[in-house]
Design a protein around this ligand. Structure first.
Ligand SMILES: [Fe+2]
Ligand SMILES: [Fe+2]
Length: 258
């Protein structure tokens, strides 16, 4: 599995949603549970730029292929947030700048220290980029799976179309992070050891560092509970298993069981 950054540079684009009939949600609104999921997804997509801040203070910024990708990735994630904001707005929910500003106000004080801890970790180990790329792969896998599950559960044709467009871009994010993780882990047993340790000790579902615990729990059980949800969670665990040195972590099993 290799990733061609030149191709990605050429095809990357703002998510197309001008032709999506957002007014259809006024006649046929989503359920309260689906909207609760979308609020979470809106907030997390919009938090991408803050996560990027933490990555760029580490040695990852020295790799021009990584920084090229991160630039384009951040742009695409921004528009995912904007597209979901349009769905929320069609339900007369607060979205976009107003909702993002309120969320940033709620961030704990320790959030301001994250760049420092990332810098320290980067100084301590030469393998932090392997950890970050693997972390990115896991989060993109769970995000894409989460959108697929939400589309199935909500069963709304307009939402399904929008989410399928987002999922296509998430698929390219997966390709980048997974190919980076595979090559960085494959080349170093030390990278495997520290990545395994970091995932086991610190990994939690995407957004759990910034979203209220009740919302994380709801999202995890709504999307990855039940027979289909658990099957999807198992598939993600099997993908992690196939990365060099990461067999048997059972990250999603832990989420579903929590
Ligand atoms: Fe996204
Ligand atoms: Fe993504």
């Amino acid at each position: 599995m290799s990733f061609d950054i030149d191709t990605y540079r050429r095809i990357t684009a703002k998510l197309s949603f001008e032709d999506i009939d957002f007014d259809a949600f006024r006649d046929c609104p989503l359920t309260a549970d689906a909207l609760r999921c979308l609020r979470y997804m809106h907030d997390v997509e919009n938090h991408t730029v803050c996560y990027l801040r933490d990555v760029l203070v580490t040695r990852a910024h020295r790799d021009p292929e990584v920084t090229s990708f991160l630039t384009l990735w951040n742009f695409e994630e921004y528009w995912h947030g904007e597209a979901i904001a349009r769905v929320l707005a069609a339900h007369d929910e607060t979205s976009g700048i107003g909702r993002i500003a309120a969320m940033r106000q709620r961030l704990p004080r320790r959030d301001g220290l994250r760049p420092i801890s990332f810098q320290v970790a980067s100084a301590v180990t030469p393998h932090l980029t392997a950890v970050q790329m693997t972390w990115g792969a896991v989060n993109e896998w769970t995000t894409q799976a989460g959108y697929a599950r939400l589309a199935g559960l909500a069963d709304h044709p307009v939402l399904t179309e929008l989410l399928s467009r987002i999922m296509k871009q998430e698929g390219r994010h997966i390709d980048f992070y997974a190919s980076q993780a595979k090559s960085r882990l494959g080349g170093s047993r030390a990278a495997q050891r520290i990545t395994r340790w970091a995932l086991r000790k610190y990994w939690a579902p995407v957004g759990s560092g910034v979203m209220p615990t009740d919302e994380v729990r709801f999202l995890s059980s709504y999307l990855f509970g039940g027979e289909e949800g658990r099957a999807m969670a198992d598939r993600i665990d099997r993908r992690v298993d196939r990365l060099p040195g990461l067999d048997g972590l059972g990250l999603m099993k832990g989420v579903v069981a929590a």
